[in-house]
Ligand binder design. Structure first.
Ligand code: BGC
Length: 337
């Protein structure tokens, strides 16, 4: 004989959980701020933290960074960052060519967490689009099509948040294919987000080495997003996805600094608008003294140029935290203390 009181209590508990879930995934519609110039929006993004390797893993939680948690947003705020970058593999959740609503709810939850603590965000929902089995760089029209859905669903994000169209373009999404994709994705976004700041990459792997064939999109609400991991054999040493190169240090010699400066110097003459460095960092496999020296130099270089930055990454192979706290020396290297 079922115990009616117990059944009633279970029903009430289920209803409360459903309501809590609904609330947790709700984006608070934010009024669009008065129209600002793109340069004013870019200036709001000075020091940021990538919340990567989680929503953009093949399945959330499948990689060492684990799952994205509400506490990650509290950490980012308390650490002194002014924004986060939310990277996600939405194309892993396709159902008949559309992103599953349950996944969009999960993204909305992440956005709501940033709003809860008062951080801005660069929202990059098609991170790792090049990876198999999706292979999105060979089907840019499908990528642009996904932006119709994403831009409609996320149009109520605060007016000074940014969308990001593609992480680290590379063949076959380069040259004309990249220009064509950016134009189509921007058109999809503009239908619902006329003045949304949008990050675009120009060069392979988002470097600042913009190729001669690059044509900037005819859209004044765009920010160039650069990434810099030079020298790769230092920042990615001993990592399987980067050729397992041998252990080495970074001493900050004039020659080492000159290599990085030369690449960063290439962007401004080719891109007159705002520039943001959306990724830089170094594997934890490097010795920590070299790593901290390198992080500080990179950060100071970006700031000297007036560029905002978002460091890679909160956890995982390039992780800067342990047990919810910065590793010793990281806050100082990032100028956050
Ligand atoms: C990728 C990460 C990788 C990092 C450094 C990012 O764009 O998403 O998986 O660890 O670059 O290579």
């Amino acid at each position: 004989m079922p115990n009616q009181k117990l059944l009633d209590a279970l029903t009430a508990a289920e209803a409360a959980i459903a309501e809590a879930k609904r609330f947790a995934s709700e984006i608070v519609p934010a009024p669009q701020p008065p129209l600002k110039a793109i340069g004013d929006i870019a200036k709001l993004y000075r020091r940021g933290l990538n919340l990567g390797d989680m929503l953009d893993a093949p399945a959330e939680g499948a990689w060492p960074a684990g799952k994205l948690a509400a506490a990650d947003f509290d950490f980012a705020l308390a650490a002194g960052f002014d924004h986060v970058r939310i990277t996600a593999r939405s194309h892993a959740y396709l159902d008949n060519g559309r992103i599953a609503e349950s996944w969009l709810d999960r993204l909305a939850w992440a956005c709501a967490q940033a709003q809860r603590v008062g951080l801005r965000a660069i929202f990059d929902p098609l991170h790792h689009a090049d990876k198999e089995p999706f292979n999105g760089f060979a089907q840019p029209d499908l990528l642009a099509q996904l932006w119709h859905q994403l831009a409609a669903r996320f149009k109520d994000l605060p007016g000074d948040w940014c969308f990001e169209l593609v992480n680290e373009p590379k063949a076959p999404l380069d040259g004309k294919a990249l220009n064509g994709y950016l134009a189509k994705a921007l058109a999809a976004i503009r239908a619902h987000n006329p003045t949304r700041a949008v990050h675009v990459g120009a060069a392979i792997n988002n470097t600042t080495d913009i190729p001669p064939h690059w044509k900037a999109p005819a859209d004044s609400w765009t920010i160039l997003q650069g990434h810099c991991y030079l020298p790769g054999p230092f920042s990615h040493q001993q990592e399987s996805w980067a050729g397992n190169t041998p252990k080495r240090g970074w001493d900050g010699t004039d020659a080492e600094k000159a290599e990085i400066r030369a690449q960063l110097d290439k962007a401004p003459p080719r891109w007159p608008g705002p520039i943001h460095m959306g990724e830089f960092g170094c594997t934890t496999k490097a010795d920590q003294a070299s790593r901290l020296r390198y992080l500080r130099f990179m950060r100071e270089e970006f700031e000297r140029r007036g560029w905002g930055w978002t460091v890679w990454n909160i956890r995982g192979p390039f992780g800067l935290t342990e047990g919810g706290k910065f590793q010793p020396g990281v806050a100082a290297a990032l100028g956050l203390e």
